[in-house]
Ligand binder design. Sequence first.
Ligand code: EPZ
Length: 424
Amino acid sequence: MDKLLIEGGRPLSGEVAISGAKNAALPLLCAALLTREPLTLTNVPSLNDIGTMLKLLAQMGVKVTREKVGASGTVTLDASALDNPVAPYELVKTMRASVLVLGPLVARAGEARVSLPGGCAIGARPVDQHIKGLTAMGAEVSVEQGYVHARTTGSGGRLKGARLFTDMVTVTGTENLMMAGCLADGETVIENAAREPEVVDLANCLVAMGAQISGAGTDVIRIRGVERLHGATHRIMPDRIETGTFLCAAAAAGGQIRLTQTSASYLDAVIDKLMDTGCDITLERDAITLKAPARPLAVSIRTSPYPAFPTDMQAQFMALNAVAEGTAVIRETIFENRFMHAVELIRLGADIKIDGNTAFVKGVTKLDGATVMATDLRASASLVIAGLVAQGETLIERIYHLDRGYENLEQKLAALGASVRRVK
Ligand code: EPZ
């Protein structure tokens, strides 16, 4: 298994380009299932999760054409020969986002068999809201032998538009139900919808494919079902979490960096918190420059659905607070087990106390390199940030977690002057 070896204690400086957003690309790839015509996506990041999703779609009968693997590239999907509406356990267990094929398959093919994703490191992550919504739209859904079986019963095998209310804000739940509504008979209203920018990016693409959607980005999304969707070309939005991760790294390690092909407009909560640490941030139309203070000030955070502080940035801010001046209180309200990076940061010398879903981080003046283990995608990013700050060498194990969500991370960090290399 690959490991990442980091020689810490060096400030960052230089410029990197941000890749396409993983959490926009994943639902967008599934949107191809909704039409017989080709869907072309550009700025698709080259990530393991993207590879897994393409494999999942190909085994369903979708024709996948991919240009320029290895860096953000173009993917064209043709689902005209969709003949196997099944998402098998072997693929779903490696990537929970596979559940995003459920809504489109039922809407397009009238049936779907999707393996339950099972839990993952950060929590149980059930899909009950996805099932509740599809059932309300007239699908017959049962869960047998670890698979969700869903099929339409209505005349002509179509779902029926319905008024849906999710018990909690769910990003992929909103995305699944929005895609299902595109081909339903009548109007679907999703209340308590997720407002994440990735939901808006998906809605924009669906509208380009002929869907009738209004309210994306607010907590009430209306979808008027149409007979069929057509092909389109759509550029994937920049990855706001990759952007936030690099900004956090510079705030913690010191120095000045410039991020291009990105936008600060989806990161208000994160930018505000970074300014509170004493960072000097300059925003341009599609670039962000951050100049770190000599030592960051501690900032407390509480994760919440968009537009509040994103849970996907919580681990990175814990690493930043580990070396900040003062004590920070971090509350994780979205997932029940998203503090696994804390024990690894403590191995590097951090002073962190966990009490339920609250972490108390007392900043220390320095961390010392050690061997640590990644447990999930954003926890891995947190360990990379801590490794950049720690004196001496930090060896991060199980970095396949990182490869799921960060494109060419070591090359980008090396371009910023970090000493990072992948070892077998
Ligand atoms: C999406 O996951 C993201 N993944 C996650 O990013 C992100 O952390 C999460 O949203 C929250 O912002 C993708 O978009 C592919 P949820 P998702 O449904 O949709 C509970 C990363 O690091 N819930 O919004 O799976 C759930 O357990 C990943 O890139 C139910 O109880 O998250 C959680 O506590 C990690 N029943 C909360 O809601 C349901 O049916 C929010 O989950 C659905 C969700």
